[in-house]
Ligand binder design. Sequence first.
Ligand code: NAD
Length: 512
Amino acid sequence: MTVATETSTTELLSALGLSADNPGAFDGEWIDTQGPALESVNPTTGEVIASIRTATATDYERVAAAAVEAFEAWRTWPAPQRGEVVRQLGLELRQHKEALGQLVTLEMGKILSEGLGEVQEMIDMVDLAVGMSRQLCGLSMHSERPEHRMTEQWHPLGPVGIITAFNFPVAVWAWNSTVAAICGDSMIWKPSAKTPLCALAVTRIAQKVLEANDAPPIFGLAIGDRHQVGGPLVADRRVPLISATGSVAMGRKVGEVVASRLGRSLLELGGNNGIIVMDDADLDLALRAVLFAAVGTAGQRCTTNRRLLLQKGIAPEMKERLKSAYASISIGDPLDPKILMGPLVDGRAVEDMKAALKVIEEQGGKVIYGGGTIDRPGFFVEPTLVEASGDMPVTCEETFAPILYLFEFDTLEEAIELHNSVPQGLSSAIFTTNLLSAERFLTAAGSDCGIANVNIGTSGAEIGGAFGGEKETGGGREAGSDSWKAYMRRQTCTINYGTELPLAQGVEFDVG
Ligand code: NAD
């Protein structure tokens, strides 16, 4: 089923409980928001899909107050019962996978298999979180004092603010919300203004599950601008954790405000991800991985491969193979299953790419493939290959578009130094058949990123591991491993089951 006509778009919206004009905030009920209208635009055609009445600061206040109240009730539910509600969310997501995946493609522009993949990632997160709901384990420690016991337990934290980027309009909510929910937290979601319909659709699905379980309205939503929603949320002292996904510039601002009120922030920011290809690499494997990592999602993943470091022996062959592979990428309507690359998200993204190409030229970079826009409705560009060198400052920035910088190097040491020379530290990879090179890449003196792969590209992480990056990427970790701890507060408890009151460190404090 493809969504090509106006009628089928209307059907799709209606299947997800949406219409041409939608309220933009949810606090257990849909609030009759009266803020300025926000238009959701289809990046494939430039046409408006539907409109949203945004939330005002007063609407935000309603959502925040409801989140505080919902938290007070939800935190008393046993964690496995909270897990049961999240399990049912997974059932609903399975039922709506096709429609929600199509909406992601329609509104954000990623190809349908990636749109569906994003919903699958939500489902996977649900399954992981359900398991976690029975494993929120603390440690027990031996006390130095006789007849004492020490233990560590984890409590729900409070309402969590979730700020999401446009490029993963539903999965990032799930990374946070499934785990926060089983941890006993309520949430206030502020999605990207570029993908509001996805947020509305997800919240409607979540609403159904909450109501079926008579659960408190933990999944709050407020769609609005920085002044009415973003700013008040970040500054809100009732919200102990702000989990923010987006650009480094956004993270800097948000992190500063949250730190000034001594709140916690979990920052998932921009990447500038490198792949090193050694002379001994399996080049077929490397080529396939680079193509998906550099061109997939039209270069709009935080984990997109932006820098390709080629050892000199294979550099000429890889460049030629890349050029012919780039020429065979089908570009067009992302709902068409034959298409591999859809549009950029909006006109501004196209302008940003053009501006970056100008700077590339000024700094001595050489475009060896692409570099243009595509003359058709919507926001289409060519995937682009650029021969670059380490002294081009533009290569240290994340341009959110399909531009791949190609570098050459002699030794692995040189490659690792070049690889680590950028301010971001999200994802990284090496292609080699040499065990020693692979292991060197993974040592403390190897990749400085939060994610380091061997013979796998930089994008497409599995949810079982902790996801996030170092340096300007913000240091946050979400999804698997022990990332759940960010959504809870730790309490160390010492219990005296004797009749004496010995003090720690042998301190004496006896009266009389
Ligand atoms: P963006 O920074 O423009 O916006 C992200 C979100 O932050 C949006 O909801 C936006 O409205 C909000 N925002 C911006 N300024 C704010 C402020 N001052 N206060 C409160 N909220 C504010 O990013 P984008 O263009 O939507 O997404 C692309 C960026 O996100 C890229 O840099 C990409 O690498 C990054 N990203 C990172 C990850 C990760 O996990 N590390 C995942 C996805 C995207």
